[in-house]
Ligand binder design. Structure first.
Ligand SMILES: Cc1cc2nc3c(=O)[nH]c(=O)nc-3n(C[C@H](O)[C@H](O)[C@H](O)COP(=O)(O)O)c2cc1C
Length: 288
């Protein structure tokens, strides 16, 4: 069994989930390859693989723009069709996020690939507001409880319907305005005097949109709003323009004590509790 993962991830949540799935598959004997979707991803060809995973974070009820562009450039499907699975992460468990698969599956269809199923994992917000580390740990525990069985399902070739419908598709379509808007908003990213000129933002930008000039980062016009730069800035020196009030800086601690029910954030509290309960009831509560 040969599998390939194509994954876009701004701040690491989607990589964390997809790599955990890949470890399960490798343990089961699959030969896996992992490619980050980025400006310099190089040529990628899913032909010859049995399983393909496309991983992405939900951005404004959509997949991020580089995922669309990546799929548009994939070589058309020849010969045996691989089974394609979408693995997405999002900050909230709202059903509206389901619509993000609509355009992705349409684009894959144009290249001759059919999506066999989608898996959605809630991971902490990297934008809007900061979850507590306890919430991050509980989300990660829920993911680890689900991943062994769901990775097995994918490896065995389970097929399931995508959770898109006309309403979710319409919402996703409207919010796709985020893609051109981010190019403009990204032009307004700036550093404060706290910038130490380390260049981490420029080296890490998946769009190669940041260049160092005179020891300071300068932001170009190809930003896709993944916020890898501001989230990972060791001096918290990057202002993200119009979105600065929603900025989240600094990695989460996923390995601490998971939040108890009464510590779950008030925002969408019932949805999070439902999501956690579904994972914990399905997988038992003994994720290592
Ligand atoms: C520009 C932007 C838009 C986002 N939009 C949504 C959204 O519509 N729904 C949601 O639940 N989370 C949203 N998020 C949160 C991310 O989907 C979530 O934190 C994800 O796990 C980040 O994954 P990554 O670390 O792989 O980039 C958004 C984040 C960013 C940066």
């Amino acid at each position: 069994m040969k599998a390939v993962f194509y994954v876009f991830s701004g701040t690491g949540n989607t990589h964390k989930v997809c790599r955990a799935i890949m470890r399960e598959w490798e343990t089961a004997g699959a030969e896996c390859r992992y490619t980050e979707i980025a400006k310099d991803s190089g040529a990628c060809d899913p032909n010859g693989f049995d399983r393909v995973v496309i991983g992405y974070p939900v951005h404004a009820f959509n997949a991020p723009e580089p995922v669309f562009e990546f799929i548009k450039k994939l070589p058309v499907c020849r010969g045996n069709r691989p089974m394609v699975y979408l693995v997405k992460t999002s900050g909230e468990p709202l059903k509206l996020n389901d619509g993000s698969c609509a355009r992705v599956s349409d684009l894959l269809k144009k290249r001759g690939y059919a999506v066999s199923g989608e898996y959605h994992y809630v991971m902490p917000y990297n934008m809007i507001f900061r979850h507590s580390d306890g919430m991050a740990a509980r989300m990660w525990r829920a993911a680890r409880l689900r991943i062994p069985a769901e990775a097995k399902e994918m490896l065995e070739g389970k097929k399931s319907e995508l959770k898109k419908n006309v309403f979710k598709r319409a919402v996703s379509f409207v919010f796709r305005i985020e893609h051109p808007a981010m190019h403009l908003i990204g032009r307004g990213f700036k550093v404060t005097e706290a910038c130490i000129g380390c260049g981490k933002c420029a080296r890490g930008c998946p769009q190669k949109n940041i260049v160092m000039q005179g020891g300071k980062p300068v932001f170009g016009r190809h930003c896709v709003g993944c916020v890898k730069c501001s989230f990972g800035c060791p001096a918290d020196a990057i202002k993200i323009g119009l979105l600065n009030g929603w900025k989240v800086n600094g990695a989460y601690n996923f390995d601490g004590e998971p939040a108890a029910d009464n510590e779950v954030c008030r925002y969408c509290r019932r949805s999070y509790l439902k999501y956690f309960a579904a994972a914990e009831n399905a997988g038992g509560c003994d994720a290592k």
